[in-house]
Structures are given as structure tokens and as C-alpha cells.
Design a protein around this ligand. Structure first.
Ligand SMILES: Cc1cc2nc3c(=O)[nH]c(=O)nc-3n(C[C@H](O)[C@H](O)[C@H](O)COP(=O)(O)OP(=O)(O)OC[C@H]3O[C@@H](n4cnc5c(N)ncnc54)[C@H](O)[C@@H]3O)c2cc1C
Length: 314
């Protein structure tokens, strides 16, 4: 066992928040922490990655400018074989899902995804994770595993901060040509709105039922001085643009008030709500996960609430 290896995540030249959350989790595990950054010019990231808790930054130069799962898989496999870390930490993100499970399966590592808490027991590390749409939490241990790869839920750890003074090591890894080639990154349709800057979000989810209901919530948001945001199913169904989607594969928002109507509170949705604003949840299911994070909640039909609000703000 030889410390913890964190895999940095970046997009369009910016490190993603989850990278610093992984560093914080690695510090909890203990032992030397190495952060691997794979990029066409990894030196662009070393300054920002020099945070407290990082002992070493391993830079790996890659052909592709942006994330490519084949490349990451080969580089991380090479790094694990070269350095033998006890733990490898990746974000439970769209990128991480593209190679993490494959690396774990190929190298026979212990594995858990969507991990949101770690604890040490006498006989090893326990990872707490969610199953069945976050309705069940379970602790996973890794008996007999010398190495463990964990995919951590974004937003579950406070990001590491403060300056550190890590050593920087360049590592050369030969990778075969990736199976996919990036032609260009497609921007989401021009945003009609910037939900990331809104103080008050009225957010609607699949609970609204049909597309025909959207205008009533657009009107309600207008009356209340709120910005309308949505959960992913409404974007997948083509009812709203991605510019309004809150969550892991949408936008990260930091409103003062987040009023969620008919949103269950899946981890991928909650990952996009940051800051210490007030979350108010309306849902007919008292077991909905959103109530676990809401400051105020009502187990009631969202349309009753929408009508009452429309009258109040008429
Ligand atoms: C890789 C990946 C990335 C993802 N990224 C995102 C993301 O960025 N953002 C995101 O939102 N999701 C994302 N998801 C999807 C996520 O897992 C959930 O499926 C999604 O968030 C569920 O949306 P929802 O809460 O609107 O719908 P549901 O989970 O279907 O919940 C609807 C809720 O409405 C309630 N309801 C129904 N009728 C009423 C009523 N009349 N009154 C009150 N309540 C009612 C129900 O009780 C239920 O809780 C991602 C998934 C994956 C795998």
C-alpha cells in the first residue's frame, strides 16, 4: 500500500471543483497524496493543484486536449501498476464513469461508486454509498483487496484549500490511439438565461407531469421574481434547454432560495446545488430524498402550492 492517487478532472482549461473535494477525501484516508493530471499541457494546472494536502503532482502529457476515456484508462492503469497506491479516487462524474469501473475490473481492484462518506474501521476502510435512487444507504468494505478504487460523489466533501508545496513529477505513458476522436466540443444551445447567477430559483421536476404545464411555471416564476430551473428529465424530454438544468451534467447553482416542485432529489441533481441557501421542497412522497437536504418541506400536491402562490403573487 502506497498512499492515495487522486485523478484531477478538468474541462476547457479549468479544474473542476470535484478535484479539490477528492483531495480533501484523500487527506482523510491518510498517507501521501498524489494528484495525477492528464492534459495536453499539464503544467497549466500545477499551480492551482498545489493545495494543502497534496504531496505530489504527477503530470502526464496527452495528445487530446480534452477528456478521452481510453486515454485516461490507459494512463491510470499505468500509474497504478507503477506506483501501487492503496487507494485511487475519481469523481463519480460522467468522465469518471467512462473509465473508473473498467480500470477496477481490469486490475481486480476493490470498487465502490457514488461514495459520500469514508470511515476507518479496525480492519480497513468503509465506504458509504447510496443505492436505489438514494433510498438505501450501505457501507461497503473491501476484504482481501490490496488496492481500492473509489468514485466519490461530487459535493460530498468540502474542497481542500490553502497553499501546499507538492513536488512535481513528469511521467511519460505510452498510450495507444484512442478509439474515439473529438471533433469539437458542442456548446449547449445559447443560454436564454444564466441560472448560475440567480438568487431565487423556482425549480421544477418530472412531478409536473406534462410539457403543457411548463407555461404556468414560467408565468409563476415571473410573478415571484424567480428564475425557472429544471431537473434533467425535462431537458432530456426536450421541454427545456440544458441552460436551465441543475445538476451534475447541468449547471451548478448557488441561490439564496431554491424552491423545488416535484423533484425527487437524486444525487446527480443535488450535486448541482451548492452554497448555504435555503432549499424548500414540495413533493407528494414523504420519503423523497430532497427532504433530506431541504430546510422546509411540504408533503403536498405541487399544483396546489403553485395555485396558492399564483394567487399570492397575483
Ligand atoms: C450520469 C448522470 C448524470 C445526471 N445528471 C443529472 C443532472 O445534472 N440533473 C438532474 O436533475 N438529474 C441528473 N441525472 C438524473 C437523475 O439521476 C434523476 O433521474 C433526475 O434528477 C430525476 O429528476 P426528477 O426528480 O425531476 O424526477 P423523479 O425522480 O421522477 O421525481 C419526480 C418527483 O416528483 C414527485 N411528484 C410527482 N407528482 C407530484 C405532484 N403532483 N406533486 C408533488 N410532487 C410530485 C414524485 O414523488 C417524485 O419524487 C443524471 C443521471 C445520471 C446517470
Amino acid at each position: 500500500m502506497n498512499g492515495t492517487l487522486v485523478v484531477a478532472e478538468h474541462l476547457r482549461g479549468e479544474l473542476r471543483d470535484v478535484t479539490f473535494e477528492l483531495v480533501a477525501a484523500a487527506a482523510e484516508i491518510g498517507g501521501p497524496v498524489s494528484v495525477a493530471v492528464i492534459a495536453r499541457d499539464p503544467s497549466l494546472f500545477t499551480d492551482a493543484l498545489s493545495v494543502e494536502g497534496v504531496d505530489e503532482i504527477v503530470t502526464v502529457q496527452a495528445e487530446a486536449e480534452e477528456f478521452e476515456n481510453d486515454v485516461y484508462q490507459q494512463v491510470i492503469e499505468a500509474l497504478i501498476e507503477d506506483r501501487g497506491p492503496g487507494f485511487v479516487l475519481l469523481g463519480f462524474t460522467v468522465n469518471g464513469m467512462g473509465y473508473g469501473p473498467a480500470v477496477a475490473a481490469k486490475l481486480g481492484l476493490g470498487f465502490a461508486s457514488d461514495v459520500f462518506r469514508l470511515s476507518r474501521e479496525e480492519d480497513g476502510l468503509l465506504a458509504r454509498r447510496a443505492f436505489y435512487g438514494a433510498k438505501v444507504h450501505a457501507e461497503v468494505d473491501f476484504p482481501g483487496k490490496e488496492r481500492v478504487l473509489l468514485m466519490l460523489r461530487p459535493g460530498a466533501w468540502a474542497p481542500a484549500e490553502g497553499r501546499g508545496d507538492p513536488t512535481i513529477t513528469d511521467l511519460s505513458v505510452q498510450v495507444t490511439a484512442p478509439r474515439a476522436r473529438h471533433l469539437k466540443l458542442v456548446d449547449p444551445p445559447a443560454g436564454d438565461v444564466d441560472i448560475t447567477a440567480a438568487d431565487f430559483l423556482l425549480s421544477i421536476g418530472r412531478g409536473i407531469g406534462t410539457r403543457e404545464e411548463i407555461p404556468r411555471f414560467e408565468a409563476l416564476a415571473g410573478k415571484m421574481g424567480a428564475t425557472l430551473s429544471v431537473s434533467r428529465p425535462l431537458v432530456d424530454a426536450g421541454w427545456m434547454t440544458n441552460a436551465r438544468q441543475v445538476g451534475q451534467s447541468g449547471k451548478t447553482v448557488r441561490p439564496k432560495v431554491y424552491l423545488a416542485l416535484g423533484i425527487s432529489g437524486a444525487v446527480q441533481h443535488l450535486a448541482g446545488i451548492k452554497g448555504d441557501g435555503t432549499i424548500i421542497a414540495v413533493n407528494t412522497d414523504p420519503e423523497a430524498a430532497i427532504f433530506g437536504v431541504a430546510r422546509y418541506g411540504a408533503v403536498v400536491d405541487l399544483f396546489e402550492v403553485a395555485e396558492a402562490l399564483a394567487e399570492l403573487f397575483a
